[in-house]
Design a protein around this ligand. Structure first.
Ligand SMILES: NC(=O)c1ccc[n+]([C@@H]2O[C@H](COP(=O)([O-])OP(=O)(O)OC[C@H]3O[C@@H](n4cnc5c(N)ncnc54)[C@H](O)[C@@H]3O)[C@@H](O)[C@H]2O)c1
Length: 255
């Protein structure tokens, strides 16, 4: 698979399942030691990685809290002594309500901002000191292509991912000169447990039909389709790329 990440240590949040599990596997397959972090258990993800002969540990923590993020960083430093890569992937996504903006539950709105926006800040704040010390770091934030589409039905999610895009630019400037780059991935609709359980099978099938029509590439996106972009942004080769958001959505958004 290659050894681009040999000797590198990566933290991936939201690694219990879905995209986070895939990014963990792909980083490990290219040599990284991976800290799989989630509010839930990552034992299954870590088990898969170890069974393949890769280095991985699980860290349970809530990215909304300073204590949770400090705990994840401490687990990384205890296990591997440094942090080169942080993939801010954890988010409130699976199970969120899809409805008109007037119907959004206020508590869900607040939780969305807390996990998806504050979580990126808290986790970045916790990981950056180790990166600064080493003079090297790659931060990849997971946003979404819905921020460019005016996608109706989940205004709180769209707003939170727009904030991730905005934070990516601002953080890239604040960290300029420290050897740390900050970029984002904006994926299109991707087949994961979260999207499969979004609604009834009929509603999901209709949604997927619309998505396919909107894409230039006429195939639904799988988690593997996103990993190449994340790994590039997380790699040494991307040293001159910072403050960017890369859209990987089968050509729904162009330009
Ligand atoms: N699947 C898609 O179509 C799609 C498209 C665009 C962007 N995204 C984004 O990609 C990422 C992963 O998506 P997914 O489909 O795998 O979703 P998912 O809901 O399956 O995964 C999210 C993970 O984050 C974890 N998490 C939630 N709250 C947390 C917290 N407070 N602290 C730590 N971990 C927490 C969950 O336990 C879960 O494992 C998310 O940021 C999502 O917004 C997904």
């Amino acid at each position: 698979m290659g050894d681009r990440f040999q000797g590198r240590v990566a933290i991936v949040t939201g690694a219990q399942r879905g995209l986070g599990a895939e990014f963990s596997l792909r980083l490990a397959a290219e040599g990284a030691s991976v800290v799989c972090a989630d509010i839930g258990s990552c034992e299954q993800t870590v088990g898969r990685l170890r069974a393949a002969g890769y280095n991985a540990v699980a860290a349970q923590g809530d990215v909304q809290t300073k204590a949770g993020c400090d705990g994840i960083v401490a687990a990384a430093l205890d296990a591997f002594g440094k942090i080169d890569v942080l993939v801010n992937n954890a988010a409130l996504y699976g199970g969120i309500s899809i409805d008109g903006f007037e119907a959004i539950d206020e508590a869900e709105w607040d939780r969305m901002m807390s996990v998806n926006v504050k979580g990126v800040w808290q986790m970045t704040r916790a990981a950056v000191p180790a990166m600064r010390k080493a003079g090297y770091g790659r931060i990849v934030n997971i946003s979404s292509n819905v921020i460019f589409m005016g996608k109706p039905g989940f205004l709180h999610y769209v707003a939170s991912k727009g904030a991730v895009w905005a934070m990516t630019g601002a953080l890239s400037r604040e960290l300029a000169g420290s050897g740390i780059t900050v970029n984002a991935l904006a994926p299109g609709y991707t087949l994961t447990d979260a999207t499969r359980s979004m609604s009834t099978p009929d509603v999901v099938a209709a949604l997927e039909k619309n998505i396919l029509e909107s894409q230039s590439v006429k195939r639904l996106i799988e988690p593997q389709d996103l990993a190449g972009a994340v790994l590039f942004l997380a790699s040494e080769a991307a040293g001159m790329v910072t403050g960017q958001t890369m859209t990987v959505d089968g050509g729904t958004i162009t330009g």
